[in-house]
Design a protein around this ligand. Structure first.
Ligand code: 13P
Ligand code: SF4
Length: 332
């Protein structure tokens, strides 16, 4: 199953068909080295009754060969609730695995590398949120899912880049605090009448893009359609043709089929989306997320063999953090 329009599921495809999907990224001579891990992972998934939920920033050999469900952060949170597997391996970063665990306390949630963090999640603590509550009494706190369970537990509701505006407006408050991504908060503030107080966290991948990069692109690639993720600085979003979550960008490409397109986001996005749109030209001025890249096929195989690394959430945080995520899932 895929939560990305136009990108089919990899589940239960034979190995030669899987190779066709990654042949632009994996030379034929290297395929046997990948195939061993892929076969083992497919076998282990069946034996463990496990599913692999993979974020859109995972590399093509993960995204297109072993993932059962692929999508943006919102889709992965929604699907974590729907699966009847006993084990969820989250091919992504730690906060995504924590969110899956919050929504599935009875399931085993695994991550392939415990160091797969996120600069946004690391920018704020639960104590910071408590101080903000004291400083802005009565102002609701909307927390981006790119945050720890400890921070979610101090929040009123979560959001993702795919539903942030709806979540902010669902509260019916004239003013909200939005954590921890300053640029996402500023980009949403431009789309709503609600006053937004931001935190100073940044995504280390998206903060590096500049309006100069976009101007350069437009000069070098005439006619290019530029799609920017809302974690980019507002000056970058202002000169893009569209802004949206990773799934939003995939939806835009599927709907508009721009002949030449640049996705201003993490590198694997274009690699993954290009597979479904071989006729389109993807210009690739990307930045790598080192955290997303910590997950590899050999590490996924080891995680399923050894049932490590299990992600858990301390009991004293889980109830309140879960409530903030579940409240988000009720916003449509
Ligand atoms: P989305 O896929 O929800 O747009 O999130 C992007 C991101 O940076 C996740 O870490
Ligand atoms: Fe965090 Fe940015 Fe990497 Fe996403 S891309 S995990 S927001 S550092």
């Amino acid at each position: 199953m895929s939560l990305n329009e136009g990108i089919p599921s990899t589940a239960a495809m034979p190995l030669p068909a899987l190779y066709q999907r990654v042949r632009h990224h994996v030379p034929a001579v290297e395929w046997p080295a990948y195939a061993g891990d892929i076969e083992a992972i497919l076998r282990l998934k069946a034996a463990r009754n496990a599913v692999i939920l993979a974020h859109n920033y995972q590399t093509p050999e993960i995204f297109h060969t072993v993932a059962d469900i692929v999508g943006d952060s919102l889709a992965l949170a929604r699907e974590a609730v729907n699966t009847d597997a006993d084990v969820i391996l989250l091919a992504g970063v730690h906060f995504m695995a924590e969110t899956a665990k919050l929504l599935n306390p009875e399931k085993t949630v695994l991550i392939a590398d415990t160091r797969a963090g996120c600069s946004l999640a690391e920018s704020i603590t639960g104590a910071d949120v408590r101080l903000l509550r004291q400083r802005y009494p009565g102002v609701p706190i909307v927390t981006y899912v790119n945050s720890s369970a400890e921070v979610k537990a101090e929040s009123d509701i979560c959001c993702t880049s795919g539903n942030a505006k709806k979540v902010v407006e669902s509260l019916g408050a004239p003013k909200v605090i939005m954590l921890p991504d300053e640029y996402l908060a500023q980009n949403i503030a431009k789309q709503t009448k609600v006053e937004i107080v931001a935190w100073k966290g940044h995504c280390e991948v998206h903060e590096r893009f500049t309006p100069g990069d976009i101007a350069e692109l437009r000069k070098s690639y005439p006619g290019v359609t530029v799609l920017a993720h809302p974690e980019c600085p507002p000056e970058v979003v202002a000169v893009a043709d569209f802004t949206g979550s990773t799934a939003g960008m995939i939806g835009y490409v599927g709907q508009h089929k721009p002949a030449r397109v640049a996705l201003i986001t993490e590198c694997s996005m274009s690699d993954n989306v290009a597979v479904a749109h071989p006729g389109l030209e993807f210009v690739r001025p990307c930045n790598l997320c080192p955290h997303m890249k910590r997950t590899t096929l050999p590490k996924i195989r080891r995680a399923l063999e050894t049932m490590t690394h299990e992600v858990t959430v301390p009991e004293h945080l889980a109830g309140r953090a879960r409530a903030a995520v579940e409240r988000m899932l009720t916003v449509r």
